[in-house]
Design a protein around this ligand. Structure first.
Ligand code: DX5
Ligand code: ZN
Length: 235
């Protein structure tokens, strides 16, 4: 049964990305986020085809589901994701994000995700304009703008992608859509405020959380603090 999901506001949320955790100690990595202020866990699923890397599958979700109350946000970097949605939902996904580039019928795929009781996310790669999402905002709970080329953690944020974040923010606001705007890749303490200023409301962060010298919980707190400095004041 999907867990309670945080409300969509203009505040800043941090989604730690498990990709940067120690793969030999995933349960400990997840437990280390307790009390950090993180409101979801970002789980990158890669198929070695849509992106040149392999990561987690449904067994990982099942194994971690008993370790934390955090909702699972599953980022599906796979081709033909519609074939696997029910399996991931059954394994404990609370939200599933699919790529525009991997879905010829993105609108239909998003409907299917909602039918499965999950929140529906749509992602665009670095070279894809955000305007491909404008006509389906009401089918989205979450819009994800990749700020690096997907496949690997530890890359630097590509500055030009924040222009797209600002474009999408304007469109979301113009339509009055209840859509979270998430960015993924290269988010660190020094750029979190800028990301928030561009209009992001959810910061996915792997390296800057799980490799933080003072531990993952402190990594989350630093990003929340830095992001809040760039976020608009709450009305
Ligand atoms: C990249 C993944 C990201 C990745 C981000 O393909 O989608 O979620 O974990 O990692 P960092 O924060 O290290 O760039
Ligand atoms: Zn991701």
């Amino acid at each position: 049964m999907p867990r309670t999901w945080p409300r969509c506001t203009r505040g800043i949320a941090v989604a730690p990305s498990l990709l940067a955790a120690d793969f030999g100690h995933l349960a400990e990595a997840v437990r280390a986020l307790e009390g950090s202020g993180a409101d979801r866990l970002h789980i990158d699923v890669m198929d070695g085809d849509f992106v040149p890397n392999f990561t987690f599958g449904t067994d990982t979700l099942r194994a971690l589901r008993t370790e934390t109350e955090l909702p699972f946000e599953v980022h599906l970097m796979i081709r033909e994701p519609e074939r696997h949605l029910a399996t991931f939902a059954g394994a404990g996904a609370d939200a599933m994000t699919v790529h525009w580039e991997a879905c010829p019928h993105l609108h239909r795929t998003l409907q299917r995700i909602r039918e499965l009781g999950c929140r529906a996310g749509g992602a665009v790669n670095v070279s894809t304009p955000v305007s491909v999402l404008y006509d389906i905002l009401d089918s989205l709970d979450l819009a994800l703008v990749m700020t690096v080329d997907p496949g690997f953690g530890g890359q630097s944020l590509i500055p030009r992608t924040l222009v797209k974040v600002a474009q999408l923010r304007r469109e979301i606001d113009a339509q009055g859509a209840a859509v979270e705007l998430e960015i993924d890749g290269g988010v660190e303490g020094h750029n979190a405020a800028e990301c928030a200023r561009a209009g992001a409301t959810v910061l996915v962060a792997g390296t800057s959380v799980f490799h933080h010298p003072e531990g993952p919980a402190e990594g989350v707190r630093r990003l929340l603090g830095a992001g809040a400095r760039g976020a608009p004041p709450t009305p």
